[in-house]
Design a protein. Structure first.
Length: 119
């Protein structure tokens, strides 16, 4: 136990750069891959984001016409249905959608100032 205490004391005396170098060397010597060290919560959060509901929270300064145009492009709703959807904001745009698709849709809407969130 005395030897372990000495190692800990030495480790605590290292500066940040030396500590990072030590970590890199230990990873190589012990053949540790970064994916093994992955945080468990990070994996869980990624799993939760696989399928999401996309919600339009606010159209901000965007014109209703441009919002309707993008809604129709994404959902294939007719003009009347898309207009009704914009009148009900905040509303759910799509349900059970892939998270990557959410990111693409968010880019389209953010260009015109519409705020989306996922659940």
């Amino acid at each position: 136990m005395k030897k372990v205490d000495e190692i800990i004391k030495d480790l605590l005396s290292l500066n940040l750069k030396d500590l990072l170098d030590l970590i890199i060397v230990l990873k190589k010597k012990l053949n540790i891959k970064d994916s093994i060290i992955e945080k468990p919560n990070q994996k869980k959060k990624e799993d939760e984001k696989k399928n999401v509901d996309i919600i339009i929270t606010s159209i901000g300064s965007a014109s209703k016409l441009s919002v309707i145009r993008i809604i129709r492009e994404i959902t294939n709703l007719n003009l009347k249905e898309a207009k009704e959807l914009t009148d009900q904001i905040p509303c759910t745009l799509l349900k059970n959608t892939n998270f990557n698709q959410y990111k693409e849709i968010e880019k389209k809407f953010s260009k015109i100032g519409v705020i989306l969130k996922y659940k």
